[in-house]
Ligand binder design. Structure first.
Ligand SMILES: O=P(O)(O)OC[C@@]1(O)O[C@H](CO)[C@@H](O)[C@@H]1O
Length: 439
């Protein structure tokens, strides 16, 4: 048994009751009952569409495609009827880790009974299993069509945004506009997670700093817990450092992340950016290495100068794409220090976690009192002795867990229906920043 499997045996449980489908009326309940079956149906439709285009003489591929459909349909059936969750049956490099986790924490329990975080990750891993058990579909991505269509819809907005970002580049070394540019690019990256930057795109013939300040003001309006100033103060003081981005969605959100990463290099703040991507298709639109390159290819006709520079960052090694199996394990980030990815992340001077799922894993997806501090809710990663670098979560709220709110904000948000899941609100939550960055 490998080291991390042994360490995993020292069980780590959520510090509060985990969100779970068994709690009727919660977002977890609706997701497992209504949203996830739709995702499985879309996978079936996608595979069917592909099968229809396969020539008749490729009988093995056709037969295996049909077997994939049967497995996904069986998964949907089992999920909707709260059947006991069985082990993963393929022999992928992570199979043992998955089955050990299932055995240790959730053996013999149904989809609505286990923690929602585990259940939802398991569903995506089980989709992968259906392809891994074939000989001709092992590299197939059933979400590819959806990812391509989603970026296509955002190209106009990204084109408009690029004019403004180009102006930020002209003044990348100007100390008087540095902090506002940083704040702005962080805001773009944040709202890219809601795939809606259109509200922030403005006419580009206004003075850069003034427009930037306006965009930042608008972009922070729905931010219910906001450490933006601390993050900006920390970043603005860095030179030639390494920033790691734990990515979320490909396409539109990734493009917004790349604007940020590019400017960090241009300004001299960072000399190295590491992008952490998924090694298998995940949560529909999460970025894999192939998606990263496909996004650059799709953006080339719209923003050729940017993409050329991004390719040169990749060629020079200033930008690196890093795959690690941990990101598609079922573990919350309380477990992160037991895995090799911990040592990789520790080399960063700032780690940016993008999106909702990363947030859920950071705070263990459980029933926190919303006034709990983010540093407390992330457990070991926020504790001094772990020596994890400064980190920030840029997340639009799409699940019913949220911390770091003041009592007044809790009261204010209580009047807003579905604020936790609508994607119209967000958090910029940081931890481990040196005292000097506190503003
Ligand atoms: O990580 P992301 O892309 O921001 O969001 C992932 C997500 O779509 O998946 C879950 C619902 O199925 C929610 O936690 C969340 O809304």
């Amino acid at each position: 048994m490998t080291d991390h499997l042994l360490q995993q045996k020292a069980q780590i449980h959520a510090p509060r009751p985990p969100l779970a489908g068994k709690h009727h009326g919660t977002f977890a309940f609706y997701t497992i009952r209504d949203r996830l079956p739709v995702i499985l149906t879309k996978v079936i439709d996608d595979v069917y569409r592909t099968i229809v285009g396969i020539p008749d003489d490729e009988s093995v591929r056709i037969a295996e495609g049909k077997a994939v459909i049967e497995r996904i349909a069986a998964l949907r059936y089992a999920m909707q009827r709260d059947k006991r969750i069985p082990p993963i049956e393929d022999s992928m490099p992570d199979t043992a880790v998955w089955n050990d986790f299932l055995d240790t924490y959730w053996k013999g329990q149904g989809h609505f009974q286990v923690a929602w975080l585990f259940q939802e990750c398991y569903m995506y891993r089980k989709i992968r299993e259906a392809f891994a058990l074939t000989t001709t579909w092992t590299a197939y991505d059933p979400f590819l069509r959806e990812k391509q269509a989603s970026l296509a819809k955002g190209l106009d907005v990204l084109g408009a945004l690029s004019h403004h970002v180009a102006k930020l580049h002209e003044r990348a070394h100007d100390p008087s506009t540095r902090t506002v540019a940083l704040a702005e690019l962080l805001i773009y990256s944040l709202w890219g997670n809601a795939v809606d930057l259109s509200l922030l795109v403005a006419a580009d013939n206004v003075e850069v700093a003034a427009l930037g300040a306006k965009l930042v003001k608008k972009g922070t309006e729905g931010v219910v817990a906001n450490d933006l100033d601390v993050v900006v103060a920390h970043l603005a003081g860095l030179h030639g450092k390494r920033v790691d981005l734990v990515l979320d969605n490909a396409g539109f959100e990734l493009a917004a992340d790349l604007f940020l990463a590019d400017w960090l290099i241009a300004s001299g703040i960072a000399s190295s950016i590491v992008f952490h991507v998924k090694s298998i298709p995940w949560f529909v639109s999460d970025t894999t290495t192939a998606d990263f390159h496909a996004t650059l290819a799709d953006l080339t006709p719209i923003i050729p100068m940017f993409v050329a520079r991004w390719q040169s960052h990749l060629a020079s090694g200033a930008w690196r794409i890093h795959e690690d199996p941990f990101w598609t394990y079922p573990h919350a980030y309380y477990h992160l220090p037991s895995f090799p990815i911990f040592d990789t992340l520790k080399q960063a001077d700032l780690v940016v976690f993008k999106g909702d799922l990363n947030y859920r894993k950071l705070v263990f997806d459980c029933s926190w009192d919303p006034t709990t501090s983010f540093a407390e809710a992330i457990g070991p990663l926020g504790q001094k002795e772990t020596k994890f670098p400064p980190l920030v979560s840029l997340r639009t709220c799409k699940s019913d867990v949220c911390v770091g709110l003041t009592p007044a904000k809790v009261e204010e948000m209580a009047k807003v229906k579905d604020w936790m899941v609508s994607g119209h609100y967000a958090v910029i939550s940081g931890a481990n920043f040196p005292a000097a960055s506190r503003v």
